[in-house]
Design a protein around this ligand. Structure first.
Ligand SMILES: [Zn+2]
Length: 397
């Protein structure tokens, strides 16, 4: 007997469980960590979906999407985040039986990459097909991961109630402004990222190369527009994307990348990324990459304008290598994301990282007056008196 046409349900609902093998935001480039992972996805015929996912024993996170927007209860995703989420949705819910699916695209930071899924052991229920075995290889905006999942449930549903997305909050434009004598603050609110620009005698030293080639090029252009000096050097606090994603733009500008010796290979992998689909400035220019390495410490510039770059390493309680900048004459210390957070009520929140930073500063015999911190950008000012920082760390439980 021939099978009649099977009517698709209004809503396809599937749940998977398995593992998430995650790369990104870890102690050193190439590190990975495995978590238990649960993924539930419900999508209606109008292209609207609800994802409920849980990493490890964390909270269940709900992510809504429609053809117009992707959002959680508290915020609307940026275009970049929404694109990444939609790729994951496509890979996780194929509409017909197939062995695998590849999605090739230009990642803003990684260049030409491919997200892919492998499917096996197809199951048919309630008028739609689902792979019981699902492996996905995905690049998110700032992390990459592989998930290995097994289906626990698949069923058709009648309705999916989709709430209204939070309003899109337009970001301020990227900007450059003087912060102190010889120090400028370049802000990229869209990425919650910044670079500090420091005047040397014969040019500029930039600290942090944020997010993506495009973001880095924006920083380089703002500096060129505002300051009549070449970018001699660029340094970064640590290897995470908010601080290194834009390095290729600085390579293209001819700046020398100043890094702890152990991160030289990491800088090399950034130079080797492929941007063939839409060449970034570095892919177009073909400049040689200039790298200057140091073991624990190096000084750039002279006299009152000298900056000491020091790798405080694991005392950061964040990454294996972590470069802070110290200017002895003005008693200024620059770091990336290990200092402090300002709460809504303006009190300070400090962490294990803050304690590690204080310990490093004390052990080096530095006595800063002011700390400058690159992240976060949109929720707090970049500077803090060292006295207030010390008091907060010492008062912390
Ligand atoms: Zn970090």
């Amino acid at each position: 007997m021939a099978e009649g046409p099977v009517s698709q349900p209004e809503v396809r609902s599937v749940r998977y469980e398995g593992t998430l093998d995650l790369a990104g935001h870890l102690a050193k480039p190439g590190d990975r960590v495995e978590h238990a992972f649960a993924w539930g996805q419900r999508c209606d015929r109008r292209g609207r979906c609800l994802v409920e996912r849980r990493v490890g024993d964390g909270e269940v996170e709900q992510i809504w999407s429609s053809p117009e927007a992707v959002w959680t209860e508290s915020r609307r995703y940026t275009k970049e985040e929404a694109d990444a989420h939609r790729r994951l949705l496509r890979l996780a819910m194929p509409s017909e039986e197939m062995p695998s699916r590849d999605l090739a695209y230009l990642h803003p930071r990684l260049g030409d990459v491919k997200d892919s899924a492998r499917y096996a052991d197809w199951h048919r229920s309630d008028g739609f097909v689902v792979p019981r075995k699902l492996d996905i290889d995905h690049h998110d905006t700032d992390v990459s991961f592989e998930v290995t999942l097994t289906m626990v449930e698949a069923r058709g549903d009648d309705t999916l109630d989709v709430p209204t997305p939070p309003a899109a909050t337009p970001n301020e434009a990227a900007s450059i402004a003087p912060l102190m004598d010889g120090i400028w603050d370049v802000r990229l609110p869209e990425h919650d990222a910044r670079s500090f620009v420091l005047q040397l005698d014969d040019g500029l030293l930039v600290y942090e190369a944020p997010w993506s080639s495009e973001a880095g090029e924006k920083v380089v252009d703002l500096i060129a527009r505002e300051l009549d000096a070449p970018i001699r050097y660029v340094a970064f606090s640590h290897h995470h994307p908010h601080y290194t994603g834009g390095l290729r733009a600085f390579m293209a500008s001819g700046a020398t990348i100043v890094v702890p010796k152990a991160l030289e290979g990491f800088v090399g992998t950034i130079a080797q990324r492929t941007f063939a689909t839409a060449p970034d400035r570095f892919a177009e220019g073909g400049e040689p990459v200039r790298v200057k390495t140091f073991e624990t410490e190096v000084t750039l510039g002279e006299g009152a304008k000298r900056w000491v770059l020091h790798d405080i390493g694991e005392r950061s309680h964040h990454t294996e290598h972590y470069t802070v900048l110290w200017q002895p004459e003005r008693r200024l210390l620059l770091e990336g994301d290990i200092g402090w957070y300002v709460r809504d009520d303006e009190t300070l929140r400090v962490t294990q990282r803050s304690a590690g930073l204080l310990e490093a500063i004390d052990s080096l015999g530095w006595a800063p007056q002011t700390l400058l911190q690159s992240w976060p950008v949109n929720s707090q000012p970049p500077s803090l008196s060292f006295e207030r920082f010390r008091a907060a760390v010492e008062a912390a439980p």
